[in-house]
Design a binder for this molecule. Structure first.
Ligand code: SF4
Ligand code: SF4
Length: 430
């Protein structure tokens, strides 16, 4: 049966049978897949997951507990895409499988409530994000967090590891910066719009500010368009497609309103989804063509800066630095060299490659919350390799990876600082 026949109720682009059939079962992706490396189970490999998707679409197996477990356990890191010689577009297939699960499968009540709250009632609404962030800020600054950690309550509840992954909420949020324009320093070389993120606006305001400083110092006028919202990546990867589509429509409208040389993001996970908005719409929908046009403008900040060329003078910064690839930058957007070029451009930086830096750190959106045990196992291995590099700083290119690696440095006592590429550039500017 053609998968199209079973998927009429899922909106957007539906994979064709040929998309699955590209997989020749060669197995070259297996050792690149973090979950296969962890468990050595075919059902938790890219090849095994694709096989299950085909069987579900053909009605030969049910989209039941077993299928859902193996699809949920996928990080959507897309390392299998990079490894695959046949060009299997695994990311779109797994997103579709999750959209099918959302339609066909009834998750436990508590999970349904949590998913409904996060994907439908929280992430699309900046004010609600700010309200929740204020509560978390209170927990973190009032001494309650300190007490919960010291008293052993978190350990008793089995939440000690997960709680460490909670992002530190900023003292000031970034939302009030939307609508502003930051002029270029010196002659203007480009006019760019900055995609500011959603949770990043309450947990990574300083990263956004550093991004603006680096861009303006390099001759870019930076515009922060009003009306921009969460990119929808988390909803799209969770299969909550209607929410992702709605957010995509609003972001396409917000960024279409201005004349920009590029739309820039410092969040590789968001960038990957923003560059692939067309997957959320069928070719007949007008948003499909808008998304394709938008894609031409969309750039990761490292990709944009490396392409533009650094113009601002950088001071010497004697540091040993290693780099963890963000999966959605390397495997999703195929950007490998740009962040490395930028790091090497900082005088005094000694760059050392991180062994297995292309393997996911275990962050993967909300994976560290939903699959905490696997996430922490991947993180433990990552920190072992990071420690071996003897780098003082681990650099990466995505807020989710920053959080995970910062938690890793603390949990494993490596004493390494974790920074975004633009944060290091920003320090070298000042
Ligand atoms: S490498 Fe590609 S073709 Fe080979 S098994 Fe993996 S997904 Fe299939
Ligand atoms: S996306 Fe990552 S975890 Fe999922 S099958 Fe591919 S390599 Fe494995």
């Amino acid at each position: 049966m053609d998968p199209q026949e079973k998927t009429v109720q899922i909106s957007g682009k539906i994979p064709r049978y040929e998309d699955y059939a590209l997989c020749t079962h060669c197995g070259l992706c297996l050792n690149h897949c973090p979950t296969y490396r962890l468990w050595k189970l075919e059902a938790d490999s890219p090849r095994g997951r694709i096989r299950q998707m085909i069987l579900v679409d053909q009605g030969k197996i049910e989209a039941g507990d077993v299928f859902v477990k193996h699809i949920d356990q996928c990080l959507v890191c897309r390392a299998c895409e990079t490894a695959c010689p046949a060009g299997v577009g695994y990311g779109a297939l797994v997103d579709h499988a999750r959209a099918r699960i959302e339609v066909d499968y009834r998750r436990p009540l508590a999970t349904r409530i949590a998913r409904n709250l996060v994907y439908k009632r929280l992430l699309p609404f900046p004010r609600r994000i700010a309200a929740v962030a204020r509560l978390v800020w209170l927990y973190q600054r009032s001494g309650l967090q300190w007490f919960a950690r010291k008293s052993g309550v978190l350990r008793l509840l089995g939440q000690a590891g997960r709680e460490k992954l909670l992002p530190r909420v900023d003292d000031r949020f970034f939302f009030d910066q939307l609508g502003k324009v930051f002029p270029a320093q010196g002659p203007r070389r480009a006019r760019v719009a900055l995609f500011a993120g959603c949770v990043a606006q309450v947990t990574f305001a300083q990263l956004n500010e550093a991004t603006i400083r680096v861009l303006t110092a390099n001759g870019c006028e930076v515009v922060l368009p009003q009306g921009q919202l969460c990119c929808g990546a988390l909803a799209a990867h969770a299969g909550v497609r209607e929410v992702a589509r709605d957010l995509a429509r609003k972001n396409l409208a917000a960024f279409a309103a201005g004349e920009f040389d590029a739309v820039v993001t410092n969040a590789a996970g968001c960038g990957s989804t923003l560059k692939e908005y067309e997957n959320l719409f069928s070719e007949q929908e007008p948003e499909h063509a808008q998304a394709l046009a938008f894609r031409k403008k969309m750039r990761d900040v490292t990709e944009f800066l490396a392409g533009l060329g650094l113009a601002a003078p950088l001071k010497a910064f004697p540091l040993r630095v290693t780099y963890q690839d963000s999966c959605h930058l390397l495997h999703g957007q195929k950007v490998k060299d740009a962040p490395r070029e930028l790091l090497r451009a900082i005088p005094g930086v000694e760059f050392v490659e991180l062994p297995y830096g292309e393997i996911c750190c275990g962050s993967a959106g909300v994976y560290n919350v939903t699959q905490t045990e696997a996430s922490l196992e991947l993180l433990a291995e990552k920190m072992q390799y990071a420690a071996q590099t003897k780098a003082q700083v681990i650099v990466t290119a995505n807020p989710g990876c920053l959080l995970q690696l910062r938690a890793g440095a603390e949990l494993h006592g490596t004493g390494q600082e974790v920074l975004h590429v633009v944060e290091l550039l920003d320090r070298a500017l000042r």
